[in-house]
Design a protein around this ligand. Structure first.
Ligand SMILES: [Zn+2]
Length: 205
């Protein structure tokens, strides 16, 4: 284990933060950090609890899907991460989660208006919802990238959310906004119907 030591530490640190803030549970979601200098990304492995994860468990990959260092299977969404780094100069880190409230909204298949100034940190007047595709597929990677154009976040229909940042700190801060959304909307309103959408339009920022 020699490559991207600092990035490995950060992935484990922020994986634990996702658990601690309730943005994911157990082994859910995945995180990567891209090193522009080497052209490699460090990504969390598939199916390992963040609190059990060791630095040597992190997988180092090039952007063509080849494993450069690591003995574990990388996250099944590794292509979704590498597509982003290939196409977005502003991305150095990406977090994918099934955060409860984001996933609930993703099941409505709507573009979420930036109803809260915190959501506006995602880069625009709304957060689009990418067209549905099966998890782990190239199609999902393509749909997600397309719907994230000009934004730092994208909902994945009936699945979850991706957030990118110029640093892992930024990506996490944007993802963590979902906890504020939860606070101001309340669980009941997010139970998945159009009245919630109407409420959001009314509260448009
Ligand atoms: Zn997922």
């Amino acid at each position: 284990m020699a490559l991207l030591i600092e990035e490995r530490k950060q992935l484990i640190k922020y994986g634990k933060k996702l658990i601690d803030t309730g943005l994911t549970v157990g082994t859910g979601g995945n995180i990567s950090i891209f090193d522009k200098e080497s052209g490699y990304m460090a990504i969390t492995p598939s199916g390992i609890d963040y609190y059990q994860m060791r630095e040597e468990d992190i997988v180092i990959m090039d952007l063509n899907g080849n494993i450069v260092e690591g003995s574990l299977k990388p996250s099944s969404e590794n292509q979704m991460h590498s597509f982003v780094y290939q196409n977005r100069d502003d991305a150095v880190a990406m977090i994918h989660t099934h955060a409860l409230y984001a996933t609930t909204i993703s099941c409505l298949n709507i573009d979420l208006p930036a109803v809260d100034y915190l959501l506006a940190h995602s880069g625009g007047k709304n957060i689009r919802c990418a067209e549905y595709a099966t998890y782990g597929t190239k199609e999902l990677a393509e749909n997600a990238l397309k719907a994230m154009e000009g934004r730092k976040a994208v909902l994945l229909a009936n699945h979850g959310i991706n957030v990118i940042g110029g640093s892992i700190e930024e990506a996490f801060a944007i993802m963590n906004n979902w906890n504020s959304v939860r606070a101001f909307t309340g669980k009941q309103r997010l139970s998945g119907n159009l009245s919630f959408y109407q409420m959001m339009r009314w509260k448009r920022w």
